[in-house]
Design a protein around this ligand. Structure first.
Ligand code: SF4
Length: 359
């Protein structure tokens, strides 16, 4: 279900635009659909026919994202396994600093060599309603926290589900109370992405997956990403950053012996020098069945220092946080394996397993 379908349902029940706006704001803030503004009772704010239609709509929307498992981490984040209405599962992450990371697809067609989600291929697109329901769920699970940031960095490539992602971005920036620059879309850099995001009334910030300064290496790591050279990707990113006023976050999953060489450091410096950007170095997750290893911590720190001295604003992003694409998909993969063996799990389960151990 997309936002336009929710609006249509409400219009058919007799809602005027002011009522629809109020109901969308209530939903996206995690409250009941009939919650009135500033605690006014719904009876005073919504027509009777609209109120009569809300229980069914509430039930429908409630099925879009049901928390099945929660994996809290010591850093304050919690990885969620979320069940969709058709019984499929995706992952979301509640972030320590008033944020949530949402999935945009079930599986992913890009097939990055360091990512569990990519192993499954694309199973289906998520609707904007399912993407938004992950934000609603985050607000309901953490009512004491004012959610301020939504990052589209979970399972899936947002550029491959562009209309639903743009629909969700528009809703979050219009009715969801999220500042536009606090909506962050992560992409491998599909050329269709940049003009589409710039055309929207809500323009999000961008994180772009770089991972190598060499075209051939990047192609090998992201085998089914659009065939953009690193320079072409950065040129497109720079134009977007200048147009929106938000710097680009370039993502670099660190893989020992693959993209941590002197030559790569020189390549990063050459490509990003003077750009309106920052670089996130993300030590890879050492997943079973994958050959990648992360560099040692002293080596990562030394790289970070060198890049910063060379004028490239560089941060280390640890894998316990959600901004690690390599981590996404592992929770779902485990769940699918367990389900295969034991049958369907039910109810919310909170596991003591630290996120760091599973992601
Ligand atoms: S890292 Fe992102 S783009 Fe690559 S396969 Fe995983 S979900 Fe897809």
């Amino acid at each position: 279900m997309r936002i336009s379908q929710i609006q249509q349902t409400l219009t058919q029940s007799g809602a005027k635009p002011i009522h629809t706006d109020r109901i969308l704001r209530a939903w996206l803030s995690g409250r009941a659909l009939d919650a009135g503004p500033r605690k006014h009772a719904a009876a005073k704010t919504l027509p009777l026919s609209v109120r009569a239609a809300l229980p069914e709509l509430e039930t429908t929307l409630g099925r879009f994202a049901i928390p099945e498992r929660q994996h809290p981490d010591t850093d304050g984040s919690t990885r969620l396994l979320v069940r969709l209405a058709d019984g499929q599962t995706v992952e979301s992450v509640l972030l320590p600093k008033k944020g949530v990371c949402v999935s945009t697809q079930l599986g992913c067609a890009v097939g990055c060599t360091f990512c569990m989600t990519g192993k499954s291929g694309l199973l289906r697109q998520l609707t904007s309603g399912e993407i938004l329901a992950q934000v609603v769920l985050a607000r309901r699970l953490r009512p004491e926290t004012t959610l301020r940031r939504v990052v589209f960095m979970g399972m899936g490539e947002p550029a491959h589900n562009l209309e639903n992602v743009c629909d969700a971005i528009d809703a979050l920036g219009t009715w969801g109370g999220i500042g536009h620059k606090n909506l962050v879309v992560s992409s491998v850099g599909d050329p269709r992405l940049f003009p589409r995001l710039l055309a929207g009334r809500v323009k999000p910030a961008l994180a772009l997956s770089l991972h190598s300064a060499h075209h051939v290496t990047r192609r090998a790591l992201l085998p089914r990403a659009p065939d953009l050279t690193p320079k072409a990707l950065i040129d497109a990113g720079e134009a977007y950053a200048r147009a929106t006023g938000y710097p680009i976050q370039y993502q670099w999953t660190l893989l020992a012996g693959v993209n941590d060489s002197e030559e790569e450091l020189a390549g990063i410096t050459r490509l990003l020098h003077g750009k309106y950007a920052m670089l996130n170095l993300i030590p890879c997750n050492e997943n079973p069945g994958q050959n990648h290893q992360r560099p040692t911590l002293p080596a990562i720190i030394a790289m970070t220092r060198r890049l910063n001295r060379a004028g490239i604003l560089t941060r280390i992003r640890h894998s316990a946080g959600q901004e690690v694409e390599g981590g996404c998909g592992q929770l779902r993969a485990r769940s699918v394996q367990v389900s295969d063996v034991r049958g369907q799990a039910s109810g919310i389960k909170t596991e003591a397993t630290p996120l760091r151990a599973i992601a």
